[in-house]
Design a protein around this ligand. Structure first.
Ligand code: CP
Ligand code: NVA
Length: 310
């Protein structure tokens, strides 16, 4: 198995199917080690910098706890401490931080900023969410589906809602791993066509389908997984009221779940807005995997740190 040491996780577009499975297997191994009380302080003496320009509960806490379990020291840098390109250019920040730390985890707005940082920082850079992608969420989602369904290829994942960072990352991994994806978004809120085309370009057989529609019931039909996310992402707060009206027919409720397979599961990256993109009933139903997903953020954060840090 080729080593992933020194690699970045920016969008996962550059990861092969084998490399993705390698990360998933590592996450599941680390999860077992934790469950069995086995120490796994593989990164003792190393340091990770965490730059967050948007709020976070799951990502921040899972990375902090992951670091702690791995014996890795973490340094948390808030918006006012590192402003990309304000006090100094990103290319300087990348080289300065790489002189001190062994990896950088970053949540910010523009994907281009994370890519620029990665270009100049000679240590792994992990994208902890941008406006365009949320790759670490997808890794946790994949192990959650694997745990529940025992496979990925050939399943149908229906994503209902905004064509945002979360669905972009899901489309990338669905393309790589042979997951059928049906996305339903309101007109004008579909995923970025370039990401859709990228995902479709990965299709290798006629049974593998990646589709985008405006009809939530068409997307949900026969699905193994129904996935949704907030209608207004961080940074779009002023559009919230308008989006509530546009997205109303895209709520994941019992009626929509009934269009999927009887054993279909419900997934959401969280935070969730009950009564908006999902009903409380679906969130709390036995089909809901949302807290298994959030727990799996810990194990995938660890897998990324252990796999990438030299
Ligand atoms: N799902 C997720 O990334 O949550 P946070 O925004 O709380 O980190
Ligand atoms: N699409 C959401 C995901 C939050 C984890 C956002 O960007 O706010």
């Amino acid at each position: 198995m080729a080593s992933l040491k020194g690699r970045d996780i920016l969008s996962l577009k550059d990861y092969s199917q084998d490399e993705l499975y390698q990360l998933l297997a590592k996450a599941m191994e680390l999860k077992r080690q934790l469950r069995n009380g086995l120490p796994h302080r593989y990164l003792e003496g190393k340091t990770v910098a965490m730059i967050f320009h948007k709020p976070s509960s799951r990502t921040r806490v899972s990375f902090e706890v992951a670091a702690s379990h791995l014996g890795l020291r973490s340094i948390f840098l808030k918006s006012d401490e590192i402003q990309l390109g304000v006090r100094e250019p990103i290319k300087d920040i990348g080289r300065v931080l790489a002189g001190y730390v062994d990896a950088i985890v970053i949540r910010t707005f523009a994907q281009g900023d994370v890519e620029e940082l990665a270009k100049y920082a000679d240590v792994p850079v992990i994208n902890a969410l941008t406006d365009e992608y949320h790759p670490m969420q997808s890794l946790a989602d994949l192990i959650t589906i694997l745990e529940k369904k025992d496979r990925l290829a050939g399943l149908k994942l229906a994503y209902i809602g905004d064509g945002n960072n979360v669905v972009h990352s899901l489309m990338v991994v669905a393309g790589k791993l042979g997951i059928n994806m049906a996305v339903a978004s309101p007109e004008g809120y579909e995923p970025n066509p370039e990401v859709v085309e990228f995902a479709k370009s990965l299709i290798r057989n006629i049974n593998h389908k990646i589709t985008v529609t405006n009809d939530p019931f068409e997307a949900a039909k026969g699905a193994d997984v129904i996935y949704t996310d907030v209608w207004a992402s961080m940074g779009q707060e002023e559009e919230h009221e308008e989006r509530l009206k546009v997205f109303r027919p895209y709520q994941v409720n019992r009626k929509l779940m009934n269009a999927a397979k009887p054993a279909a599961v419900f997934m959401h990256c969280l935070p969730a807005h009950r009564g908006e993109e999902v009903t409380d009933e679906v969130m709390e139903s036995k089909h809901s995997l949302v807290f298994q997903q959030s727990e799996n953020r810990l194990h995938t954060a660890k897998a990324a740190l252990v796999s990438l840090i030299r």
